[in-house]
Design a protein around this ligand. Sequence first.
Ligand code: KG4
Ligand code: ZN
Length: 342
Amino acid sequence: MRILGIESSCDETAAAVVEDGRHILSNVIASQASEHMQYGGVVPELASRRHCENILPVVRQALDDAGLTLNEIDGIAVTYAPGLIGALLVGVSFAKGLAMMSGKPLIPVHHTEGHAAANYLVHPDLEPPYLGIIVSGGHTRIAEVLDYTTFRTVGKTRDDAAGECFDKCARAMGFPYPGGVHVDQAARRGDASAFRLPKTKMEGNPYDFSFSGLKTYIVNLLHTADQRGESVNKEDLAAALQQEIARVVTEKTVAAAKALGYRQIALSGGVSANSGVRNALLAACEKNGFTLCMPPVALCGDNAAMIAAQGYYNYLAGITADETLNAVASKELRGETAGICS
Ligand code: KG4
Ligand code: ZN
């Protein structure tokens, strides 16, 4: 079964064709990052306009690269939540039009569930149940993936996502948007022990995350140094920041896996490209005898192949949408609340 996936939740216009949820036939991404860079972050209105311009050529390219016509596609999967509403609306409206004119089923996909599905594209043996850790620019979440379409959140961020923390700290360090990857590169040359960063203490659910305190500490440290005319070693600070985020993500994930009895862990989301997070989680999984899956860096960030992969499993589970499908800016994972399609 061949699914055309469409993704437009943030600043990537993407389309892909995936066979049986596991094999990428094409994967096209038009990134707007260089344009948003001059503003230091994503400008929602600009993102919507660029999606509008890019969506048709990107979808056409995905079909061409796969060597298929729309008639040879079995379903159209689209990210409908969460994300920037104007950006999502472009993909949703376009997918609805395609579904209407082709008579193919329309399959709604939650963006975070899509990130988790990126692992199916490269790990043929990965099957639920497993413990997912999804770390992106907008979300940080540990979730039990009970079956392909049922998720149970174990812990999530109470404030900033890990990616947001990376990006805001990166901006204060003078790196361009999106800053996470620059922190990663600078960290390789830095000494993490040069800074002692505060460890966030939280009451309640021990698997929840909070990164805003860390972000505020680093931004204040840089501002104070700037006001005093002192210089800060950005490479050391980047290394310390990365080490702390990697430590938190790793410790909570491993603790949740032990508590819930999971031996299979799957990391995903834009921040799963981070070398510190990858290495720390891998080392901890090896130490504890857990199996860790993670996507190659190229499939960590936003793409439509992951949307098509999750779309395939949604379709098998009978999750399709009718012509009233709408975009939703914020939404829990499937199985947690009665969603529009559950
Ligand atoms: O999943 P994603 O592409 O978009 C959302 O769904 O949010 O994640 C984007 C985030 C950004 O915050 C970006 O800086 C971060 O992933 N990111 C990284 C790295 N590559 C991307 N953060 C740290 N290290 C990286 N190598
Ligand atoms: Zn994403």
